[in-house]
Design a binder for this molecule. Sequence first.
Ligand code: SF4
Length: 386
Amino acid sequence: MKHIFDYTRDQLKAQMKDVGLKPFRADQAWQWIYQKGLADPEAMTNLGAGDKAKLQENINFKLPEVTAEQKAADGVIKWLFKLEDGQEIETVFIPQGKRGTLCVSSQVGCTLTCRFCHTGTQALARNLTAGEIIAQVWLAKRQLEDFTDADTARKLTNIVFMGMGEPLYNKDNVFDACRILMDEKGFAMGGRKITISTSGVAPEIADIGEDLGVNLAVSLHSADNETRTKIMPLNKKYPLEVLQESLKNFRLRENRRITWEYVLLKGVNDSMEDAEKLLKFIKPFPSLVNLIPFNPWPGSPFECSDLEAQKAFRNRIAKAGVDVTLRLTRGEDILAACGQLRSESSGRSTVSLEYPSVVAVYGNEKQKKLSEEKLKVKIESTEGDS
Ligand code: SF4
């Protein structure tokens, strides 16, 4: 039996018809579920007893279990959700000013073995259904007490597909989940508020722009084929030239840009030569570069770049007029890195890693002076922590 969160509104209308209910009941159910935060037919007071019974008989309303909730001192929250088949997935909430970003998983484990990524050490168990992706958002909103009519008061404002898994290897379900997130009668999130992050599954990238109009982030991490293949084996299949070509076919909406994720690994991808290669690669695109200091985990073959190297790399990108952020570790007092809480839960050894967050944006002269000051404070506080 399909889960209620699996249905787009049109699909739910068709299902209502199939079980002998009026299609408009789908709109009513959606209001209860996605606007009022009540995913239980018994609570839907504008449905009669017969209609409620039909829904219960034909649609699965069982919610995943919240098996762990960890809150960091800086407000980052990480949840572990147990699915019906016992698999567990992670979801992380990162508050930052008025913005609250939820990082959702698209697969249980991952096939791609990126060598700096903790999830890459976990074999793929399976793809998530659209409903299991939506469940992460719905449960996060419930835990945050964020089902409210007032737009301005919303805690959860943005979604990023940067949790466990490669979203484009589960494209149909991820796309359906995006449609549900964007539906005006559902969560009503704009495409600008949703970002799909890919490690570079070139043939599928264009569809993100054509079908959905959400934002695109690319986990790049190196603009040198040899280095990138070493740290991201997928690069062998889709090398940089192929990736760049596919990105040129991506229909970027007006006033949007591609976000490039770049984990700084000491002596691997953090030299000035690497920065030059990165600039050359991203030149054809409106860009935002997110630099992420690596925080090593046991068994990881990398070290974090020195602070001087991080700053020099960031300055080189900014000097070229490209917006760049250097991220600060977040949620350090919880197991906030992708895949770690799940490892902990399944009894594998692990330690706290980082969850990244933007600390300063460069490339805009007006903003730069203010951001330099903020960055100085943040970097000093990071130094003090280590
Ligand atoms: S970075 Fe993403 S694609 Fe690569 S192993 Fe980790 S979860 Fe998979």
